[in-house]
Design a binder for this molecule. Structure first.
Ligand SMILES: [Zn+2]
Length: 571
């Protein structure tokens, strides 16, 4: 599992996948001229400035400047690390990621070790539930909840013995601490975090165990205990039950968001396999973005008590920036003190699904909640509603839904003229600005940009036989680096070229120059050749000035004198 991903594999992968197909599977694209466009997934806008180009195999947003190749897209869009993004891309291409063997331990290997230990701990907990006589109480608990062995296996349910060292005596102490499974006290001794609890492993969407939730079997507190944040576990970004859900259905029509592990499991037991739970934290924008990748409709289904109602409202608040057209959030209100687990057990699946289908739309829920306590018959009440709604509506991505919400506010407040939304900069306006900017582009930027966009221009550079030592302008090192990479990798494409700069200081500039739009397609070779001639001439001038200055204070060597003469003569 450990080991670096070989660079040739990454180069090959970038040729194998088509970035247009990849991006289109996340953000539906429309063809426009030679590229494909959409409203940018990385900032909110009304008109599309996000473009994906097939021949470059790159994406670029003219609005916010986001850009890169297929790997960058997955890293940014799905909040993945580099290695995870490469793995996802390989999945998309249907190939396996090879690993170089015998690499020295690195940070990534540390994560791999943590994952391995978490997996071993999960198996250990399952074994205890199955085989250990002291787990009888836990078995009884699950039975009393009506869980079948099948569902227990599906969710890999387990039991942590009521012991201080069931894990600590079996595994490496430091690794247990890193994995969030053990705690060191002040005197340095280490003890198990989960004791006497039924255990729910929390898995990511690839099935890797990230951490655990544990529930007590008596009335002791806390009733639920979760793994702490670790190098692999981030509660704000993960949900419980997603792996199990996706194993059954990769594209569910809707996903129900509930509060507890037992809600997810009980619903699955009753045949509703499309629910997930947040991990004892408020539902965040990251949670919702994650879920919207798999379904266009999310139904929030929290306990009907005060805390549950507050949780719903907070989730709705978090949802506003995610509500692009085509995405929908509904709110399913439960009677106070009733959770989904109880409800499905008492009323059955059919009743539960009926409630889902009659869940309230976000707009109804939102305006109902905001209007509470306001008298919309008087002016003050209506003004107050507008004020309260405004900040939320401004968070919505530009689109039809935003327009409709604004219309609804107009109707409710009886105010005709409301316009909260700024007009975004359009592509056309931008390209005009760019035209002006082109004129100010330095020759070295022209050379680098054109070379990045046309790696085959390398032959022009080869013909010119450049004396690199003489070109000491700002940016010359970067140009040299680009030339070297292209020389070493004949036939390199732009997406692969960008990849060579990942993580370097210059990555940002490379992306900008890679996407600079020259607005002309003819005569680029001449433009390039001309700009190089200027670079060479500038190099000569600066060398001449250097020698000239030196000559005034000391004698030049014979070689230097000859050099100066040659610099004076035209080439
Ligand atoms: Zn953007």
């Amino acid at each position: 599992m450990a080991g670096k991903i070989p660079q040739p594999f990454i180069d090959d992968l970038l040729v194998r996948v088509d970035i247009v197909e990849l991006v289109d599977s996340y953000v539906p694209l429309k063809k426009s001229g030679s590229s494909y466009v959409a409203r940018c997934p990385f900032h909110t806008e009304k008109t599309p400035s996000f473009a994906v180009t097939r021949n470059k195999q790159l994406y670029h947003c003219f609005g916010c400047g986001a850009g890169g190749n297929a790997i960058t897209f997955l890293m940014e869009y799905s909040h993945l690390g580099f290695v995870e993004a490469v793995e996802d891309l390989a999945d998309f291409a249907g190939v396996q990621v090879p690993r170089e063997s015998g690499s020295a331990p690195t940070k990534k290997n540390n994560a791999a070790e943590v994952f391995q230990l978490l997996e071993q701990a999960a198996s250990f907990y399952v074994e205890q539930l199955r085989d250990n006589a002291s787990a009888k109480e836990a078995v009884d608990y699950f039975k009393s909840r009506g869980l079948s062995g099948e569902v227990a296996r599906e969710f890999q349910l387990g039991y942590a013995l009521d012991s201080w060292d069931a894990l600590s005596k079996r595994f490496n102490a430091q690794q247990l601490i890193d994995a969030g499974l053990a705690i060191a006290n002040d005197s340095g001794s280490v003890y198990d975090r989960f004791r006497g609890r039924v255990i729910f492993p929390i898995r990511d969407r690839r099935g890797r165990v990230l951490g655990f939730g544990g529930r007590v079997l008596d009335d002791s507190l806390p009733k639920y205990l979760n793994s702490p944040e670790t190098s692999v576990f981030h509660k704000g970004r993960e949900v419980y039950g997603l792996y199990e859900l996706l194993s059954k259905n990769a594209k569910p029509a809707r996903i129900i968001v509930v509060e507890g592990y037992m809600d997810v499991i009980a619903l699955a037991q009753f045949g509703l396999g499309y629910s997930v739970a947040t991990l004892g934290t408020a539902t965040s924008k990251d949670h919702l973005e994650l879920l919207f990748r798999f379904s266009t409709e999310l139904v929030l289904c929290f306990d009907g008590d005060k805390a549950g109602r507050q949780a719903s409202w907070r989730a709705v608040e978090a949802a506003f920036p995610c509500l692009r057209d085509g995405r929908q959030i509904k709110i399913m209100q439960l009677p106070a003190g009733v959770d989904p687990d109880t409800l499905v057990r008492e009323q059955g699946l059919e009743d539960f699904e009926l409630r889902i289908s009659s869940a309230q739309t976000l707009s109804d829920y939102f305006f109902e909640r905001l209007s509470q306590g306001l008298n919309l018959n008087d002016m003050e009440g209506r003004a107050s509603l507008i004020n309260k709604a405004k900040t939320y509506l401004q968070k919505l991505p530009n689109g039809i839904f935003q327009d409709l919400m604004q219309d609804k506010l107009k109707t409710l407040s009886n105010v005709e003229k409301l316009d909260f939304f700024k007009k975004p900069t359009t592509l056309k306006a931008l390209s005009h600005k760019q035209k002006q900017a082109d004129k100010k582009l330095s020759p070295i930027r022209i050379v680098i940009s054109l070379l990045l966009q046309n790696p085959d221009f390398i032959e022009i550079i080869e013909q010119k036989k450049i004396k690199w030592a003489m070109i000491n302008l700002a940016g010359a090192d970067l140009l040299k680096q680009v030339v070297e990479i292209i020389t070493q990798h004949p036939n390199i494409n732009q997406s692969q070229l960008v990849e060579h700069f990942r993580g370097q200081e210059t990555e940002k500039y490379i992306n900008i120059m890679m996407n600079h739009d020259f607005l002309i397609s003819d005569g680029l070779r001449e433009e390039f050749s001309g700009a190089i001639d200027i670079l060479i001439q500038e190099g000569k001038n600066s060398r001449f000035n250097e020698l000239n200055t030196k000559q005034k204070v000391s004698d030049l060597s014979t070689n230097e004198r000859q050099e100066m003469l040659s610099l004076m003569s035209p080439k």
